[in-house]
Write a protein that binds this ligand. Structure first.
Ligand SMILES: Cc1cc2nc3c(=O)[nH]c(=O)nc-3n(C[C@H](O)[C@H](O)[C@H](O)COP(=O)(O)OP(=O)(O)OC[C@H]3O[C@@H](n4cnc5c(N)ncnc54)[C@H](O)[C@@H]3O)c2cc1C
Length: 250
């Protein structure tokens, strides 16, 4: 049985910026395409491509965040592949609607006989809790396999095997625990990511989604610091990472 003890977050798409030749910006400093796209969009509002204050992209976007001009951040879309999170974690994640798009592993179509499971962060490092939990996961998985087999027999009269398997799996998944691992592709613009990260990296968030949000934040900060580096990651009193943001959601 495969067990995840941390999420795996991979950046799979980033913005490409095609600067129009007739409206060139006097860029200062280096920046990624997503950051320049946001600056370009902001400068259109005031036709300030000549960069009168001689700001670097990082300084320009710092001021945008400070002013709460959040719509400028909506142009830069980042796509993350998130693996090693539980079904309950993904259920919380998909509540974030505005500016988000999702594609999640389907338990109706995918055989979960060899599904992985995600250890809740609160249990990590306690051998007794972990081994009891692993036993429960193995039992649930065995129950799933038995249910699929029985349902395949019950619905043997369905000629289309793909359809029969779907009928069996969609019913059998009801015995799988919340801890079953899912994989999900998440697209969101920088403003939407910031809103989700602010809520889910905070100390009030549930521990697993908090761990996932911190992992997303690390990837996004590395990719586009001018859009995300005002989040400060710290070790909270509960001995788990959390983050606070300098510029509150707008
Ligand atoms: C610590 C914590 C505990 C939670 N506990 C529960 C719980 O017990 N039960 C539960 O059901 N959920 C719970 N949630 C989920 C929460 O209620 C939200 O669904 C989730 O945080 C997504 O937030 P959002 O709607 O602001 O995000 P998004 O859907 O991404 O929206 C972002 C922003 O866009 C605007 N917006 C989006 N849609 C609309 C709309 N239809 N109308 C007007 N404005 C809109 C709002 O300003 C909103 O803040 C919890 C969340 C957290 C962080």
């Amino acid at each position: 049985m495969e067990v995840f003890r941390a999420p795996r977050v991979t950046l799979i798409a980033r913005p490409e910026f095609l600067e129009p030749e007739h409206l060139r910006v006097q860029w200062q400093g280096s920046a990624s395409a997503g950051e320049r796209l946001a600056e370009f969009a902001g400068r259109i509002c005031y036709m300030s491509q000549h960069n009168p204050a001689n700001r670097s992209t990082a300084d320009y976007l710092e001021n945008i965040k400070k002013q709460g001009h959040g719509s400028v951040l909506e142009h830069a879309v980042y796509v993350l592949l998130i693996e090693g999170i539980s079904r309950s974690c993904s259920h919380e994640l998909v509540r974030h609607r505005a500016g988000f798009g999702y594609s999640q592993l389907s338990q109706r179509y995918v055989d979960e006989s060899h599904a992985a499971f995600v250890v809740p962060p609160a249990m990590l490092g306690d051998p007794a809790l972990e081994s009891e939990w692993e036993r429960e996961m193995a039992d649930a998985q065995a129950a799933y396999v038995r249910a699929v087999e029985a349902l395949m027999q019950r619905y043997a009269w369905i000629a289309d095997k793909v359809h029969r398997r779907k009928v069996a799996r969609e019913a059998a998944r009801s015995v799988l625990p919340n801890a079953t691992e899912v994989k999900i592709v998440v697209s969101a613009n920088a403003r939407a990511w910031r809103t989700m990260l602010e809520l889910r990296t905070s100390e009030g968030a549930e521990l697993e989604i908090r761990r996932m949000a911190i992992a997303c934040l690390r990837v996004l900060e590395r990719e586009a610091p001018a859009l995300f580096a005002d989040f400060e990651i710290y070790r909270a009193d509960d001995n788990h990472d959390a983050a606070r943001v300098a510029y509150h959601k707008v």
